[in-house]
Design a protein around this ligand. Sequence first.
Ligand SMILES: *Cc1c(COP(=O)(O)O)cnc(C)c1O
Length: 405
Amino acid sequence: MNLPIYLDYQATTPVDPRVLEAMMPFFTNAFGNAASRNHSFGWSAEGAVQQAREDIASLIGASPKEIVFTSGSTEGINLAIKGVAEMYASKGKHIITSQAEHKAVLDTCKHLEKLGHPVTYLVPDSTGRISVEAVAEAMREDTVLVTVMWANNEVGTLNPIREIGALCHEKGVLFFTDGTQACGKVPVDVEADNVDLMCLSAHKIYGPKGVGCLYVRRRKPRVRLVAQIDGGGHERGMRSGTLNVPGIVGLGKACAICRDELDESMQRLGSLRDHLEARITSELDFVHLNGNKEHRLPGNSNLSFPYVEGESLLMGISDIAVSSGSACTSASLEPSHVLRSMQVGDDLAHSSIRFGIGRFTTKEEVDYAADKVIEAVRRLRAMSPLYEMAQEGIDLASVNWQAEH
Ligand SMILES: *Cc1c(COP(=O)(O)O)cnc(C)c1O
């Protein structure tokens, strides 16, 4: 077993060796421009891009013509939300989203708000889920777009996408979902699930960084977009720029592997995740699960350890690469906006850890991580008067902390 152990698969993933192998020829011998129509270099690049479109479409139940290549999900999100808002502005301007979305969605919506598009930010329930009823209640005459993510990147909660999509179709409102964490990890079918637009990103599914795509529905309804990058009219005019052929080949191969191994990987990651949680909760008390136990990504476990300080805990498990909802680890000074939107208190947010289990995680690594976490939490709690009080059953919220004077 090699240290450090990587348990941060929701942040990014290593490129699968099979993906790398598929990409290699397109850096050297097969270096053609997929838009070159006059020679075999171009044709073979175009053929490989076409194969990738088919593999991606087949993973998500789309048609190859509905795939628009991008530099990743951040770009796909910008193109979907800004592209729809601009295209349909004369029909209406209101957008519905949620407070638990990725910053790429939230910041894009804030940008549009400044340009005069009203935005409703739905509050998820305490497990991070948006209900179809909440979306229905927020609908207005002038609503043109609903954007609710499929799977949350911090807590792994899955939203009722099929139901929200059905509501949108019934109301004639377009539905975009950020599928970055869902595609390749749980079943996704844009037809059955009533999705009109969806982004995904190669580096979250064992492909290379800097490439992704946007699914854009072509019929029932036909979605139109205003391009956000103008140029040679590539990708049916929706996204200009010479295609990143090796990256696209990698994305296609990554999708093909995810499709072939979906059932098996859901089983394997789910049981590793359950094993991790069972070990931790059998040896530690007061462990809090952030997220939805039932509707959750198989490889995600977001836990809070009250009565320990987040930063000390991370230092105590320094040979395990994980993410924290604590402010101390992120660029911004606020604790995770996702945990806040779920009404998780700051104390719990500060001691939260996201364990991301993935394709190359072994049981041995999970056991090592569990041992380390248990040991670190025990050691820190042994020094905590708050933990002692909690064990004695003293309700900390009722304690009057003010010194007498
Ligand atoms: C990683 C991620 C993004 C951003 O994707 P990039 O391809 O890195 O731009 C967007 N949404 C979610 C849910 C993510 O996990």
